[in-house]
Design a protein around this ligand. Structure first.
Ligand code: GDP
Length: 430
């Protein structure tokens, strides 16, 4: 894998450099602002430093850099497992000498270095069959024995070295596994990840290589987040779905105020949550502060009318009522509302989830809302927990893009476009 740092005046500049040098497949591993140290820093603008990585043409570590070896890649522990928990016995196959055994695990060069006499043995045995000269045979046998003893000693030393390297890698893999589990990554997904790095644990591989590899794998699994994009030829209509109390209304307020106040876009807010007066009042208050229109809709037809009425806006955000899995009446109503909107315009659907929700509940929430529409994800309340494995679990389970994450109650500040780097660092124990 090639890992390189690129700097630019802006993140875009640095990213252009990345693409130009490493191509479109490069994975962004880190982005940070760099300010010159000392007095110079006071007068210069910070630059942006992007760390990017790409796997070399099928980064085959066993290829050029690592020594070619015929040593079996199975670790000692795997051998133990393969033998039902007991270490395999040292057995020689019939007709197989110890020298032959060592030959199997050494490169030609290593073998020749360690066994300069081996050739002699071959020649000697030929001679022996043709012309049995007892004394010479004894001499050769003695020589061979001493060479074999030396070989056995060398091989034992090499074995010890390999074993200690393997042990270090195995401890590292165990550490990664326990960190993932402690961060509540689903055991199944943690096993998959560990299996993938185990496959890379060839001789010569370093822990740094494995760590950056798993980091890269996780970032790739999270994929790219695009967030809410402007729409051409009409408003971008966005529904926010999700259980009550996860932070839908607050998230809408955060996004809407950034767009209307900072980006000067025309935003309108609608709520179809007529069950909770407080929710409607809350959104209405935000709308007043932002000076944007606010509408309440009670039926699917009303929604169609309001969408047409607000057609000249850049963005229309729609708050919805949360419902429980058992409440089929509310679920059907939600479906009618979404279908009605689809009759008049294209819609985007965001499922808002709190990271503080139990994993099993998150799974069933995703299953329920999957019936509604294809959704993207927003995770809220990242400030309320330090175990973020569920974000990874749900990403893998749903395959849905994660667009935003929120980490506090402050409107509009506590929201940002989903940043996989910080989540992956947290999942891997910082
Ligand atoms: P809704 O029922 O899904 O619309 O949820 P609300 O937007 O009404 O939010 C419910 C509660 O969660 C409110 O007290 C919000 O201030 C709070 N909240 C929303 N987002 C966050 C967040 O990212 N972090 C924390 N700590 N609280 C949040």
């Amino acid at each position: 894998m090639i890992i390189k740092k690129f700097t630019g005046k802006t993140e875009d500049d640095a990213l252009k450099e990345v693409r130009a040098e490493l191509g479109a497949q490069a994975v962004i591993m880190n982005v940070k602002k760099v300010k010159k140290k000392g007095l110079l820093g006071l007068f210069s603008k910070p630059t942006v430093e992007v760390t990017a990585a790409i796997e070399e043409e099928k980064a085959d570590l066993s290829g050029s850099s690592a020594p070619k070896s015929r040593i079996d890649l199975k670790t000692p522990d795997n051998d133990v497992l393969a033998n039902g928990g007991s270490r395999p016995k040292e057995t020689l196959h019939p007709g197989e000498s110890k020298v032959q055994r060592y030959k199997d695990v050494l490169t030609d060069e290593e073998y020749e270095k360690l066994h300069p006499e081996a050739k002699k043995k071959e020649e000697a045995s030929k001679k022996q069959s043709n012309d049995r000269i007892d004394n010479l045979q004894v001499l050769i046998e003695q020589q061979l024995k001493s060479v074999m003893d030396q070989d056995a000693e060398n091989a034992a030393k090499a074995g010890e070295k390999k074993e200690s390297g393997n042990k270090e890698i195995m401890s590292f893999i165990k550490l990664i596994y326990t960190t993932l589990i402690n961060n509540e990554v689903d055991e199944k997904y943690a096993n998959d990840l560990v299996e993938e790095i185990e496959k890379l644990s060839k001789p010569g591989v370093t822990i740094d290589y494995l760590l950056s590899n798993i980091y890269q794998k996780l970032i790739l699994k999270f994929g790219v987040s695009s967030g809410i994009q402007p729409m051409e030829g009409g408003p971008r209509v966005v529904f926010f779905l999700g259980p009550t109390g996860v932070g839908k209304t607050t998230t809408i307020a955060k996004l809407a105020s950034d767009l209307s106040v900072n980006q000067k876009k025309k935003v309108a807010l609608i709520t179809s949550d007529t069950y909770r007066i407080k929710a409607a009042e809350q959104l209405s208050t935000y709308a007043d502060i932002m000076h944007v229109p606010f509408r309440v809709v009670y039926t699917a037809d009303e929604l169609k009318n309001k969408l047409e009425e607000l057609n000249d806006h850049d963005y229309i955000f729609i708050d919805t009522a949360g419902y429980s899995p058992k409440n089929t009446e509310k679920r059907d109503e939600m479906k009618r509302i979404l279908d009605a909107a689809k009759e008049v315009t294209a819609i985007d659907t965001y499922l808002v989830l709190s990271v503080t929700t139990k994993y099993r509940d998150l799974l069933s929430i995703c299953d329920i809302y999957k019936e509604m529409d294809d959704f993207k994800l927003i995770f809220t309340k990242l400030d309320e927990t330090s175990t973020l494995g569920n974000i990874y679990n749900i990403r893998v389970y749903t395959g849905a893009e994660i667009s935003y994450m929120t980490d506090g109650q402050e409107v509009p500040d506590d929201i940002e476009t989903f940043n996989p780097q910080s989540i992956v660092r947290s999942i891997l124990g910082g």
